[in-house]
Every structure is written in C-alpha cells, then in structure tokens.
Design a protein around this ligand. Structure first.
Ligand code: TXA
Ligand code: MG
Length: 345
C-alpha cells in the first residue's frame, strides 16, 4: 500500500474523513504525538489498528472526542452514567488538551477497543487539525500513538511515515507536535483518582482544580506484572539501540555510545552527542526528546547514554518515558559503566 502524506488543511482533512468513514485508518496530528485513527464504532477499524501497530489486543485504545461535553457523550452512548464527580471539573479546566480520563464505557464503544474492560479512556485534543478532523467525522476516533507497538511515539509526519509507511493509506501532516510527549492519563473510576501516565498536565495542576492530591501510580513502584495497569509495561517508547540512563551528569564519553546530554557539555565533546537545552519550563526538552531518540537510534552506535533528567515541570513525565525506553538497563555505577542489564527488583 502506498502511504500518502497530505497537509492538514481543508482538502487534506476532507480526504482523511472520507477514508475514515469507509473504515480505513489515517494518522493525524495532535498536540502531544501523532495518532493512528480509526472509527471508534467499527470493530473492523479497531482490529486494523491493533494489527497495523502490532499491539496486543489486551492494551486498550483512547477514544478521541469531537467535543468536550461529557454529558453529551453519555447521551450518545460513548460513556455511561454516573460520571465520576471529578470528570466535569477536570475537563472544564484542561480540555481541549493533553489530559486523558478513564471513565465508565458506554454501549456504543465496542469491547474490542477497551480489551473487554467496562472503562474507556477519553480525550479531546487541542491540535486544530485533530479537532477539525473529529468535527468533520462527528463520531469519536479510536487512536493510539502512530508507532509500532513498544517503539517511540512519532512527533512529526516523517516519523509516522518511518513507523507505518506502506501500512496505512494516509498521514495528515500538521507539523511538529507542540508538546512531544503523550497525554497525562488519569483513572477516575478508582475510589481515589490515580495518574496512570504522567504528562504535561501535572499532579499539582489537577490538585489545584479538584482540591485533593492525585496519586501517581508509577510502573517502577509496581513491577509485579499482574499489578500493573495496561500500557504500563516496563519496556515501551524504546529505540532499537539499547538505552542506558546515567545517575550522574555524563562527563566521560563512551567509545560505543551515542550521548544525549541535558547539561551543557564542558570542553571537547564526542561527535556522537546531542545536547538538549532543558530550558526553564522543560517544554523544549519534552518536545525534542523523541526526535532526539530517533536521531540517536539512527546513528548506529552500540548504546545510547542519557544524562539525568533535570528537575522541573516535566520531570515526572520525562523520567517515566526514559525509564521505559531503557527497560531496566544498567547505568553509571559510580566507578564505570555497568552495562549488564539491571532487572528491577
Ligand atoms: O497523547 C496521547 O494520549 C496520544 C495521542 C495520539 O492522543 N495517544 C496515546 O495512545 O498515547 P496510546 O494508545 O499509545 O496510549 C494510551 C494509554 C495506554 O497506556 C493504555 O494502556 C491506556 O492509555 N489506557 C487506555 N484505555 C485504558 C483503560 N480503560 N484503563 C486503563 N488504561 C487505559
Ligand atoms: Mg503509545
């Protein structure tokens, strides 16, 4: 199959909507990462998403909504009543935007989309191209990130093409993603709200809105595989080249490594080095992280070594993704590079 790339203008969006209506899959831009969209009301489209990604059918998809109104989504059969009390205040504060809520699933959502669960993840994205596409469809789209399962999420149309070229008919090009890391996922069906995946909407920002603290259910804290929520696999968001995280800022360059630095390097640096300026709000770092990992991967080195994540608004999300990218590989042990895989205990 030939994969076309079209700019996400009115013509491109009309072509995408036509294909989607017929049941085909289309990759589209969001403010976080690119999504691989299919009709949420068609089991064949949902099954095609799992097949194209190579994703296990046990890992549920996010429902991308054409509007922010949850009551309307209940009336339309996408969600079920009663809605958790925090759902409306959180959507009022953060939608459209990078916040995904786990809510009770409505009868319109095929169980194939949620791996048989009676909950469904919903999100109303902020990217104008995504919103226009969803409005043109007027039904929600099931959409995971537009990468092969376990790999790095694509943050521009070219990266989508690298991941899924030949497998889908169309990529809508809406430019580089403004945020660059996947949405914050919050479970609202548990007695206390729980962050399943950290992102741009932080625990602090949500606590300010809802008046209670939000727990972070980080996968590192629960390595017992039976205990973890779907999508919280230790190895995820990973380049092909093994990734190692450094405890201390990298000062010595490893002959076999590509280095990703967040501290300005002193003196002469290895040519196989990328420096990402953390900046005060870390947004630039988040936006460039996946692109840099792809670049590091393409350099053909034996390993990728990464500086410690600096403290800041995005540090929880950045640490989460990098820890998964390294899937428990060893790091600088204070004496030398310890490259034997460190299995989480
Ligand atoms: O920013 C994003 O969220 C991007 C863009 C495209 O919207 N999408 C994305 O989708 O990252 P995906 O499928 O790669 O990640 C969805 C996450 C997975 O970790 C999945 O396991 C979790 O949400 N999830 C989905 N439905 C769930 C449910 N019912 N209960 C718990 N977790 C759920
Ligand atoms: Mg993903």
């Amino acid at each position: 199959m030939e994969t076309q790339i079209l700019v996400a203008d009115d013509t491109g969006i009309a072509s995408a909507a036509r294909l989607l209506r017929q049941g085909a899959l289309v990759a589209f831009p969001t403010e976080t990462v690119y999504g691989l969209g299919g009709r949420a009301d068609r089991v064949d489209s949902i099954q095609a998403i799992f097949a194209v990604k190579g994703r296990p059918s046990t890992d549920p998809l996010i429902l991308h909504m054409p509007g922010p109104d949850l009551t309307q989504a209940v009336a339309g059969g996408w969600l079920a009543a009663p809605l958790p009390s925090l759902a409306i205040p959180l959507t009022k504060a953060f939608w459209p935007g990078p916040l995904t809520l786990i809510l009770p699933r409505g009868p319109k959502v095929p169980p194939e989309m949620t791996a048989g669960r009676d909950t469904v993840a919903v999100r109303y994205p902020a990217h104008p191209g995504a919103r226009k596409l969803l409005q043109a469809m007027n039904i929600p789209l099931a959409a995971p990130s537009a990468n092969r399962f376990g790999r790095i999420s694509p943050t521009d149309a070219e990266a989508v093409h690298t991941e899924l070229g030949g497998l889908i008919p169309l990529v809508l090009d809406g430019g580089p993603c403004a945020l660059g890391l996947e949405s914050t996922v919050v479970n609202l069906v548990t007695p206390l709200p729980e962050i399943l995946r950290p992102g741009a909407i932080t625990a602090e920002a949500m606590a300010e809105v809802v008046g209670i603290p939000l727990r972070e259910s980080c996968f590192v804290a629960c390595m017992d595989e039976s205990q973890i929520a779907p999508g919280q696999l230790a190895s995820h968001y990973a380049p092909h080249t093994p990734v190692y995280l450094s405890i201390d800022p990298i000062r010595k360059f490893h002959p076999d490594a590509f280095h990703l630095l967040f501290q300005k390097p002193l003196g002469q640096v290895s040519t196989r080095t990328l420096f990402l300026e953390p900046g005060t709000d870390q947004q630039g770092l988040a936006r460039e992280l996946y692109r840099s990992l792809r670049q590091a991967d393409a350099a053909g080195c034996k390993i990728i070594l990464i500086d410690p994540v600096p403290e800041g608004k995005w540090s929880a999300a950045l640490r989460d993704r990098l820890t998964r990218a390294s899937s428990g590989n060893a790091h600088w042990d204070g004496v030398g590079w310890n490259l034997t895989p460190r299995r989480p205990s």
